[in-house]
Write a protein that binds this ligand. Structure first.
Ligand SMILES: NC(=O)C1=CN([C@@H]2O[C@H](COP(=O)(O)OP(=O)(O)OC[C@H]3O[C@@H](n4cnc5c(N)ncnc54)[C@H](OP(=O)(O)O)[C@@H]3O)[C@@H](O)[C@H]2O)C=CC1
Ligand SMILES: O=C(O)C1=N[C@H](C(=O)O)C[C@H](O)C1
Length: 252
């Protein structure tokens, strides 16, 4: 399998390079980076990897496009991949609902399989599923997501996906609907609070409150290694997928 890795030099890209290093049959043969004069071995890549700085310069045949870049470029990257019949596995955050719908219908039209995963970590996927279940019974809920200081987007893709999943089961609105100071960002009626601090990696709490009781669900990714099993599952399941699937929970 020829893999194109967009964002290969970044924190997640380097984890993917490590994941695939000893996997027979999975070769990273192309990368996208804004860096010019990349020395592949500095990034643990093979010397003959094709390095590209622009989408319109890409050449070669690739089966899978793994994307861990940045929110401002992910849509164009994935559109390019689908239009060139490369199956995308997208970890980059920041795709809007409209953008996802556009990519899903493009993938249908081009007969391309792929996956968008807001979070590849098992603990995060389970948190979202538990939160979806709890939202049937608690209509008042808030989300706190905590990340490292270098994260460029807020709220996180996981927080957005958590609310999207809860909105499928949630029976009522939060009692408190006002946009008061320091009440977070309301998304689909649910306040999301984003914390950025050194020392953190990726963490989320979903807090439910009801008369005389509360439920808190929390997950912690202490290391980016936590995302790699999900990436591996996505690679293995890719041939069985139908179209562009949104959410790792749908293929586990
Ligand atoms: N779904 C999941 O489970 C996870 C998702 N993420 C998401 O993945 C994304 C990347 O995270 P992370 O690895 O920590 O971030 P990094 O900043 O470490 O890496 C992102 C890389 O993207 C590359 N990049 C930036 N702009 C461009 C561009 N215009 N074209 C091509 N490449 C570009 C940069 O490489 P260069 O300097 O070489 O251009 C950079 O190294 C984020 O959106 C994050 O939220 C993160 C962890 C888990
Ligand atoms: O930037 C990160 O680090 C992460 N981004 C994803 C997100 O926006 O939810 C997934 C995870 O939270 C780590």
């Amino acid at each position: 399998m020829n893999i194109f890795l967009a964002g290969a030099t970044g924190s997640m890209g380097q984890k993917v390079v490590h994941l695939l290093a000893d996997q027979p049959g999975y070769d990273i043969t192309g990368i996208l980076t804004t860096k010019t004069d990349v020395n592949p071995s500095e990034y643990n890549l093979s010397d003959d990897v094709h390095v590209f700085n622009r989408l319109d310069a890409i050449e070669g045949d690739y089966d899978v496009w793994i994307d861990f870049t940045q929110p401002n470029v992910v849509f164009d990257n994935v559109k390019y991949a689908i239009e060139h019949h490369i199956s995308p596995i997208i970890g980059t955050s920041g795709l809007s609902e409209d953008q996802k719908h556009e990519l899903i219908s493009l993938a249908d039209g081009e007969n391309v399989n792929g996956l968008i995963a807001a979070n590849f970590g098992l603990s995060a996927v389970l948190l979202m599923q538990f939160a979806q279940q709890a939202a049937k019974y608690f209509s008042d809920v808030e989300v706190i997501e905590m990340h490292h200081e270098d994260k460029t987007d807020s709220p996180s893709g996981t927080a957005i996906h958590t609310v999207d999943m809860m909105s499928e089961t949630k029976q009522g609105d939060n009692i408190n609907q006002e946009d008061e100071p320091a009440r977070g960002m309301y998304y689909k009626g649910v306040p999301i609070h984003a914390v950025r601090l050194p020392g953190y990696v990726a963490h989320e709490q979903v807090l439910f409150g009801g008369p005389g009781e509360a439920l808190t669900i929390r997950q912690d990714s202490f290391d980016r290694e936590s995302f790699m099993q999900g990436v591996w599952v996505a690679l293995e399941k890719l041939p069985e997928l139908h179209g562009l699937v949104d959410g790792l929970e749908n293929i586990l």
